[in-house]
Write a protein that binds this ligand. Structure first.
Ligand code: F3S
Length: 656
């Protein structure tokens, strides 16, 4: 009897995100090229493949079939590095529809392989996705599909370090069993469950449905691994049929059933699932005079508090939005459940006709109303992104909204991320308040899924950026080059300049050609200045700079202007026991030796000269090598006086 038969269709039946994306990419591109090919069928579904063929998109089986410059779509399964290389040699236009989740496994495989790990892949070794993953391992890799294979591989590997990933469509229960064993055999193994959530969710839902059903219909391609696995999962609990299309239902015996469940593989288009539902309805109505359509409708009504459902916006007003969620209920999203941003009105967020994903907050069968929330879905999705960002080390961008005790809050993807003070700024004394309302780049360093909390680090990004900038700087830096920098600190002995990731030091003598008491007479913190690279110590990461310009070198100017025997007007700048230093021009001083000050014996320089005196002197010697200039006042005195003085000196010498 089918009178009480109920039909349930799994919510997760049909295209997953990656397949949907890949199919859309092909349909979007087919008008751009007339010889577009896909490397393998884009999905395991003949209807879609044939439709594409009719539109001129061929599926080729091997990269060797690609012709020079041909546009090629890489499907969601992904491919190994060798395939990319071969496509490059053929100058192919690569349209990469590899699912981002598969790409993540490629990255893991490359990383572990590069670090010397043996990579173990839980999956089917003939599956293109697994072959693609292996194609990203430079070192050893093995594939296992159950515990017994794992044990055999373990014997071969011995003590080598091991990393494990899984095919995205691998059976979750088998994975759990294998993961336990891996923990025993390789206690230090890096184990990564990379089974796609879509697959895991589809399998979990199908299993639950199969437990309650007398019969399960799995819709999908017979060559589709995830569809086959769905069937395997379900047939443990009830009779199960895998069909590719609605016409195959005719050969199935539905008599005596109370519950029928429907699920579908990741490559099954929604219209095929719909056809299956309609055909089942027809068959059962004909056979049993049973209102199957009603039963089918009931299956769509399976909503419950906390369920995530998709619907269409039907009306929008200032206080709420109504949504058709495919049931007899009226779905309502109060304005407060649309967005976290109080400045936005409902019409700024959605419009009539939009498809929308919502969470059921409350069901009132009496009024026929269902209260829904969009912002909770946004937060869930945002948190999923946060988890992914942590796993992949992605840099996120967010806005600092609050300074709180011990750090700041940053909003990214609708999620509040706490950034501790120690991770917020590059320097401890930087003020947290200065970050308020600013857009910042950060990384997720910790996630608590149960409490939906995430901790981020802005410093991790700035540190990496500085390290990269530093590496780049030392790669290209050349002594003698002029670079721009910002004065970071001014100290007694010199000035530190931020050259963009690297700090360089200008020692005080390299700041200016003139005389200064303190570097602050030349530059101030924050000044943008152009400096010359004087010396580079790559090993210790040190850079010496000069702010003095060669073109302003006073010695060169002096040499151009003056010669030996020239008479100059000079200003006494310091007095010593052996003479006086006098400034000839800016940055150039000469020495008037005590014996060259007067035409008589001078015992104390200060008796004749004092700082600030301006006197005439003759340049009597220029030592270009030592950059020394000797001056003489005495040389300008009349001959007689000099002779007189010589005579006096002779007398004095005799008397002595
Ligand atoms: Fe990607 Fe998961 Fe589908 S890995 S292709 S979204 S099953």
């Amino acid at each position: 009897m089918l009178t009480n038969c109920k039909i349930f269709t799994a919510k997760s039946a049909g295209f997953c995100f990656g397949v949907d994306r890949a199919v859309k990419i092909v349909y979007n591109k087919l008008n751009n090229y007339d010889n577009l090919v896909t490397l393998g069928p884009i999905i395991h579904n003949n209807n879609v493949v044939m439709d594409l063929e009719a539109k001129g998109v061929r599926a080729i089986s091997d990269v060797s079939q690609v012709t020079e410059g041909q546009p090629v779509v890489i499907r969601s399964h992904g491919v190994g590095l060798d395939v990319y290389e071969e496509l490059e040699t053929k100058n192919a236009v690569v349209i990469d529809a590899t699912c981002p989740f598969v790409e993540r496994i490629h990255k893991l495989a490359r990383k572990y392989s590069d670090e010397g790990y043996v990579v173990l892949i839980a999956g089917d070794e003939k599956h293109p996705e697994v072959m693609g993953i292996r194609g990203h391992c430079k070192g050893k890799s093995y594939v296992f599909s159950d515990v017994s294979m794992l044990l055999k591989i373990a014997e071969e590997i011995g003590n080598e370090k091991v990393a494990v990933v899984s095919q995205t469509t691998f059976n979750l229960a088998v994975w759990n069993e294998c993961a336990l064993k891996i923990g025993e055999i390789f206690p230090d193994a890096q184990v990564n469950n990379t089974i796609c959530n879509a697959t895991a969710e589809r399998q979990r839902e199908a299993r639950e449905l199969a437990k309650q059903s007398d019969l399960m219909i799995i819709v999908g391609g017979r060559h589709s691994s995830n569809t086959l696995k769905l069937k395997n999962v379900c047939e443990e609990y009830c009779r199960c049929y895998l069909i590719e299309g609605a016409e195959e239902l005719r050969s199935i015996d539905f008599s005596g059933l109370e519950f029928i469940g429907i699920s579908a593989g990741a490559s099954t288009p929604a219209y095929i699932i719909k056809e299956v539902q309609n055909t089942m309805s027809e068959i059962l109505l004909n056979e049993e005079e049973f209102d199957f359509a009603e039963a089918l409708e009931q299956s769509f009504k399976k909503i419950y508090t906390g369920a995530r459902v998709t619907g269409y916006i039907t009306t929008v007003n200032n206080s709420e939005v109504t949504v058709d969620i495919g049931t007899k209920h009226t779905g309502i999203i109060p304005a407060s459940e649309l967005t976290d941003d109080p400045s936005l009105k409902p019409e700024d967020v959605v419009k009539v006709g939009d498809e929308i994903e919502v969470i059921v907050l409350k069901i009132s069968d009496q009024d026929g109303l269902v209260t829904l929330s969009k912002k909770k879905v946004d937060a869930q999705k945002g948190f999923e992104e946060i988890i992914k960002a942590k796993e992949e080390g992605t840099v996120l961008t967010g806005t600092v909204t609050n300074v709180v005790k011990g750090g700041v809050l940053v909003i990214a993807n609708g999620v509040k991320v706490f950034v501790p003070a120690s991770q917020a700024t590059s320097r401890r004394d930087d003020k947290l308040e200065e970050l308020l309302k600013k857009s910042v780049d950060f990384k997720i360093i910790d996630v608590n899924e149960a409490r939906q909390r995430a901790v981020g680090s802005i410093r991790a990004v700035t540190k990496e950026a500085r390290a990269a900038a530093k590496a780049e700087f030392f790669e290209g830096v050349e002594v003698g080059a002029e670079v721009e920098g910002t004065v970071k600190s001014v100290l007694d002995y010199g000035v530190f300049v931020d050259l963009g990731g690297v700090d360089g030091l200008i020692r005080k003598p390299d700041l200016t050609w003139g005389r200064i008491k303190h570097p602050s007479e030349v530059v101030a913190v924050g000044d943008k200045i152009v400096v010359t690279i004087k010396d580079v110590d790559k090993e210790n990461g040190k850079v010496s700079l000069s702010y003095k310009k060669e073109s302003e070198n006073p010695w060169a100017m002096f040499e151009a202007k003056y010669n030996k025997d020239d008479v100059v007007s000079v200003k006494v700048v310091s007095i010593t026991s052996f003479g006086a230093f006098a400034q000839i021009m800016d940055g150039i001083d000469g020495l008037i030796h005590i014996s060259q000050i007067a035409n008589k014996r001078v015992n104390n320089v200060a008796d004749i000269l004092k700082v600030g005196d301006v006197v005439d002197a003759q340049i009597i010697e220029i030592d270009a090598e030592q950059k020394r200039i000797s001056l003489s006042m005495r040389a300008l005195l009349p001959e007689e006086e000099v002779a007189e003085e010589a005579a006096e000196e002779a007398v004095e010498a005799t008397e002595e």
